[in-house]
Design a binder for this molecule. Structure first.
Ligand code: NDP
Length: 240
């Protein structure tokens, strides 16, 4: 695996779970991190752990202009982006008699629209530079058929279709595009379920820890210039 020393890596949803672990893993490999999320206190604490050159960027990525502001900030501060990890995401999964329709637009805005906007802006500047890597965090939910998972899984499936097309579009430009699709991982994403008295998936499905997924992100980001990885699907060993 190649070192990431000197690389500028952006991680959205870096204030907890898989995003925070990925930021740690990429920093351990030598990258300078741009940390994106809404909770400023969490980002400040993580930035303090990761070093002085780390840039926290507090933003609600579901706002339509947030990807543009992020892109402008990164370009102004560093002049380029080498690695973009689109990780921020929310989960509302419930059968139709309990599904809260007020959750629909926020999920579309963050889990799909923000990813498309961010990939488009950073993809253009990476293409112009002739180098870069985009890693989009999907989910096992994109490929399972189960009650209540339709909206979340459908958006992850859309994210995968967009990502695969972008990979083909940018092939040969020097820009790599890939998907990391985790299985169940113990994080704060299940707080919504717990708050509604629904059993959280990680309470009955064998679950990974965020660092397990971060290892896959780091692995994808650390391939040589000769190779590109389209997809890593990673599950808890005991998961069926
Ligand atoms: P967490 O809830 O721990 O992390 C979600 C992150 O997204 C937080 O940093 C949160 O920060 C950020 N976020 C949420 N809303 C916004 C917003 N509007 N703008 C900016 N940032 C936001 O969950 P996970 O680590 O589990 O989830 C990370 C990704 O992994 C998601 O895309 C999820 O779909 C995916 N995934 C998770 C699995 C699991 O089992 N946990 C399995 C498969 C995929 P803040 O609240 O500070 O903004």
């Amino acid at each position: 695996m190649t070192s990431l020393t000197g690389k500028i890596a952006i991680v959205t949803g870096a204030s907890s779970g898989i995003g925070a672990a990925s930021a740690h893993a990429l920093a351990d490999a030598g990258a300078t991190l741009v940390l994106v999320a809404r909770r400023a206190d969490r980002l400040a604490a993580l930035a303090a752990e990761l070093g002085a050159d780390c840039l926290p960027f507090v933003a609600d990525m579901a706002e339509a202009d947030a990807p543009q502001r992020l892109h402008e900030k990164v370009m102004a501060q560093f002049g380029r982006a080498d690695i973009l990890v689109n990780n921020a995401g929310i989960l509302h999964a419930a059968p139709i008699d309990q599904f809260d329709l007020d959750q629909l637009r926020p999920m579309i805005a963050l889990n799909y629209e923000a990813v498309v906007r961010t990939c488009t802006l950073f993809g253009r500047s990476m293409k112009a530079a002739g180098t870069g890597q985009i890693i989009n965090i999907s989910s096992i939910g994109a490929n399972i058929i189960a009650p209540g998972v339709g909206v979340y899984g459908g958006l992850k499936r859309a994210l995968e279709a967009f990502t695969d097309c972008l990979r083909v579009e940018l092939a040969g430009s020097g820009v790599k595009v890939g998907i990391v699709a985790p299985g169940t991982t113990s994080t704060e994403i299940f707080e919504d379920m717990k708050a509604r008295g629904q059993p959280a998936w990680d309470s009955f499905i064998p679950a990974m820890q965020p660092g397990d997924v971060a290892d896959a992100v780091r692995y994808m980001a650390s391939q040589s210039d000769r190779t590109s990885m389209a997809r890593i699907q990673v599950y808890a060993a005991a998961d069926t």
